[in-house]
Design a protein around this ligand. Structure first.
Ligand code: KG4
Ligand code: ZN
Length: 363
């Protein structure tokens, strides 16, 4: 059973071929970072135009690397949303055209569900012969990226195949990755900010600047990152910190110590906010396992904090390899595989949904 996955929700054009729901035959990602870097963030019009140019070559490359022929594919899974509508439409149009010309079924996948599958993909592949389904359920999934910071309670789908989701926490303002990108932009460190701040942080004193973690009054599991972003701005203004040239690759040797300390303190606070909500959710829902995914799941401090916490509490932690943390199409094909097995096919009227929810709060 071979699934072609197509992903184009933001600034990565990606195609992958996945066999039997877990064996990655190819996973090709074309990043647009070089284009958006000069603006310090994704420019939607440029992203859509770039997707149009890349999608054909990327899909062809995925088939060449697998290697596989177009006729070998059993179904095509594509990201329907959430994401930038112009970007999503490119992937969807291409997937529809392939579905029609090859006469293969089409499956629509929620991008956030893709991230959930990214966390478990490698483990399913290595334990394929095992009887017990992975992960142990219920699980808590923290999807934390440039566009989202959401906490889902994951349980078995009523059909027995795949999962159902309950949204138990979400960001009330910026996503965690967005906060990383905005802080890096403010400091002139470059784009995307997450990997740069992560790289600098071990060289700084993470207790140099004490940020208060925004309190969300009603004991909810929601997150907030706009407060810390504003606090960084105030600190920069008060200490007269001048931004660096974002076009240059910076490291600990040329970044002023005050900025490295600020980056380390920021990272420590963001990781603290994420882990605090996760711990609260664990006390409330008593999950069997924890899934961490999305671009910010590449963060070294977050990965070790979650691993350490899970280890100390007897919880199984599912953290994707670095290549599967950021956007890719293998995760879309993996989620698509379960939709296909449940017979959830879509027609050529499929449309992009910029705010497609995976689950509404309380559902
Ligand atoms: O999942 P992703 O590729 O795209 C979205 O769906 O948003 O995530 C991209 C985000 C960016 O905001 C980037 O700064 C952040 O993930 N990111 C990181 C790290 N690597 C990527 N944030 C913190 N630490 C990292 N190592
Ligand atoms: Zn994503």
């Amino acid at each position: 059973m071979l699934i072609l996955g197509i992903e184009s929700s933001c600034d990565e054009t990606a195609a992958a071929l996945l066999e039997d729901g877990s064996r990655i035959r190819s996973n090709v990602v074309a990043s647009q970072v070089a284009i958006h870097r000069q603006y310090g963030g994704v420019v939607p019009e440029l992203a859509a135009r770039e997707h149009v140019m890349s999608i054909g070559p990327i899909v062809r490359q995925a088939f060449a690397e697998a290697p596989a022929k177009y006729e070998d594919v059993d179904a095509i899974a594509v990201t329907q949303g959430p994401g930038l509508v112009g970007s999503l439409l490119v992937g969807i149009s291409y997937a529809k055209a392939m579905s029609m010309s090859l006469g293969k079924p089409l499956v629509a996948v929620n991008h956030l569900e893709g991230h959930v599958y990214a966390a478990i993909l490698e483990r399913i592949a290595s334990t394929i012969a095992m009887e017990s389904p992975l992960p142990a359920l219920p699980a808590l999934a923290l999807v934390v990226s440039g566009g989202h910071t959401s906490l889902f309670l994951v349980d078995r789908h009523s059909t027995g195949t795949g999962f159902r989701y309950q949204l138990v926490g979400r960001t009330r303002d910026d996503a965690a990755g967005e906060a990383y990108d905005k802080v890096a932009k403010l400091l002139g460190l470059g784009y995307p900010g997450g990997p740069i701040i992560d790289r600098l942080s071990p060289f700084g004193n993470s207790e140099a600047v004490l940020f208060t973690k925004t309190k969300i009054s009603d004991h909810s599991l929601d997150f907030s990152f706009s407060g810390i972003k504003t606090a960084v701005l105030r600190y920069v203004q008060k200490n007269n910190i001048r931004p660096l040239d974002p076009r240059v690759r910076h490291d600990e040797k040329d970044v002023p110590p005050i900025m490295i300390d600020l980056a380390a303190s920021f990272q420590r606070t963001v990781v603290g906010i994420l882990v605090r909500s996760l711990q609260r959710a664990i006390r409330e829902f008593h999950p069997e396992s924890i899934l961490l995914s999305g671009g910010v799941a590449a963060n070294s401090e977050l990965r070790s904090a979650v691993l350490e916490f899970c280890c100390g509490n007897g919880l199984d932690a599912y953290i994707p390899p670095l290549a599967l943390t950021t956007d890719n199409a293998a995760m879309i094909a993996a989620a698509g595989y379960d939709h296909y097995r449940r017979g959830e096919l879509v027609g050529l009227s499929l449309n992009a949904e910029a705010s497609l929810p995976l689950a509404r709060k309380g559902c």
